[in-house]
Design a protein around this ligand. Structure first.
Ligand code: ZN
Length: 146
């Protein structure tokens, strides 16, 4: 294993053990739920969208280490982004983990590049992102706790 791959694995492990942005977001005005039946991963993504910008993002759910790390890094990555930028990140990330070329600037998300070699894990890594896309595309409805 190369030093780079080791570094990537360490970053993923860190986000698995200490997920960022985990928990409900009371002021969320976009929400979507996702499920990956192949692995049993579940994710709910909460977004606070003001104008055309994602001002906050959180997630809840249970899943394997890859799905948890991916949700953690996804919520970090999209905070402060415009809706268009978040969609570009989604497309870039999807290309990355399916082994396709992308011109998107993915920053730290490149740590997931190795996933493309494990087709069964691609759905784990993409669950939070597909859930994000559903939330972005959804109606701007108020989320009720009732
Ligand atoms: Zn999984």
């Amino acid at each position: 294993m190369s030093d780079l791959q080791e570094l990537y694995q360490e970053m993923i492990l860190d986000h698995t053990r200490h997920p960022r942005n985990r928990g409900e977001l009371p002021q969320a005005n976009r929400r979507a739920e996702g499920f990956n039946p192949l692995c049993g991963d579940k994710a709910t993504v909460y977004l606070s969208v003001e104008g055309d910008r994602v001002t906050d993002a959180r997630f809840t759910g249970k899943g394997c280490s890859i799905s948890t790390a991916s949700a953690s890094m996804m919520t970090d990555a999209i905070k402060g982004k415009t809706l268009d930028e978040a969609r570009t990140l989604f497309e870039g990330f999807h290309a990355l983990i399916t082994g396709q070329a992308t011109a998107a600037d993915l920053g730290k998300l490149v740590v997931f590049s190795g996933v493309s070699e494990f087709p069964a894990r691609v759905k784990c890594a993409s669950l939070a992102w597909h859930t994000l896309k559903a939330a972005l595309d959804g109606e701007a409805t108020e989320v009720s706790t009732e």
